[in-house]
Design a protein around this ligand. Sequence first.
Ligand SMILES: Cc1cc2nc3c(=O)[nH]c(=O)nc-3n(C[C@H](O)[C@H](O)[C@H](O)COP(=O)(O)OP(=O)(O)OC[C@H]3O[C@@H](n4cnc5c(N)ncnc54)[C@H](O)[C@@H]3O)c2cc1C
Length: 414
Amino acid sequence: MKRYSAFAIAREAMRQHMGWEKAWASPEPRPHYDVVIVGAGGHGLATAYYLGRNFGITNVAVLEKGWLGGGNTGRNTTIIRSNYLQDPSAAIYEKARSLYETLSQDLNYNVMFSPRGVMMLAQTHHEVRGYQRTAHANALQGVATEFIGPDRVKELCPIIHIGGPRYPVLGALWQPRGGTARHDAVAWGYARACSAMGMHIIQKCEVTGVRTESGKVTGVTTTRGDIGCGKLGIVVAGHSGVVADMAGFRLPIESVALQALVSEPIKPCMDVVVMANTVHGYMSQSDKGEMVIGGGADGFNNYTQRGSFHHIEETVRALVETFPMISRLKMLRQWGGIVDMTGDRSPILSKTPVEGVFINCGWGTGGFKAIPGSGWGMAELIAKGHSPLTADFGLDRFREGRFVDESVAAGVAH
Ligand SMILES: Cc1cc2nc3c(=O)[nH]c(=O)nc-3n(C[C@H](O)[C@H](O)[C@H](O)COP(=O)(O)OP(=O)(O)OC[C@H]3O[C@@H](n4cnc5c(N)ncnc54)[C@H](O)[C@@H]3O)c2cc1C
């Protein structure tokens, strides 16, 4: 595959851009692969990429029922941070964040990683104490964060009104190397790199059954025929319960729709990401100028991927005290994605009761930031049977009561 470079752009400009290759191939499925990954979201594609890059396993297919990146990976608000409370979470999220720093170079694809800084506002005394505690935990974990006062918040984000009547800004947990990336580009970059290694990415191929023999996986049934495999990775986010059911086991997962919206584009007015967890709203400005606003999750389990009016109203009402300027913005569009929630708000990266079947799910409202770290750990788990990054996120923790409780860091945040 030809590398993207400044020279290539100049060359193609001369040829009226007729010489670009397709970023990834669209092959017919083979009858058998060493590893099949179900789900071409960021986590599935990153798993495939690191299987090839770190372990030389390239006889891999990634099967996708829709289009590549069309699940939550292409629907999220792209916040990247690693300021979690528990050590296993800090380890995997910080691994991911650090991989994002050089992901564009590693993939030879511009994922537009923008470490513009993320602040989580403290708007109650309870939150002040909670975030100070997280800042101390992060210092011990080697994650660079600090607790900052309201004046520094105002300096970093002048459009914030810090003296609100209900929820004045009392400070914030600030991670200067947190930020955003272009979500589609992350999926496309991994897909292109996987395809370059000879892996098959097969879109419009829904897995409808999992085939087993004597408790061991032998393949999957799909809308494009049966496909055999030595190992199977299930990486389908909101549909994890459905595919696990095909393999004959249950998951402690609930699927709900989570919503977001963007405003009309405006001139640059905010160059950090702000999360206001007490009122539940968060905002950043996209490169196109739209204000990207994250809303809440539906209060009932469902599989819809659409927005609803009451969420716009709730989210904007919550944010307007802290960001009075949004009262004058027109909203452009809204959407939803199906997120997979666990009880302790931590992911599951695990072997399963079926030999050769591995599962990666439970990232809930905050898995975009984790994509490179999750792929790294999941690939190691599939290739070697264990990984230090995933060791604490096994399915057995729910039976044994070893929760990785991130309900404070991740319960309503992203
Ligand atoms: C509105 C919203 C805002 C968010 N904001 C953030 C944020 O700011 N920061 C952050 O870190 N995270 C955020 N998230 C969460 C994040 O998007 C997800 O955790 C992450 O994208 C999950 O990636 P994935 O690869 O596991 O899943 P997905 O991208 O959903 O990929 C799973 C794929 O599996 C496919 N699939 C399902 N069933 C089958 C089948 N039977 N056969 C074949 N394919 C199948 C689906 O079509 C889908 O493409 C947000 C999510 C939403 C919805």
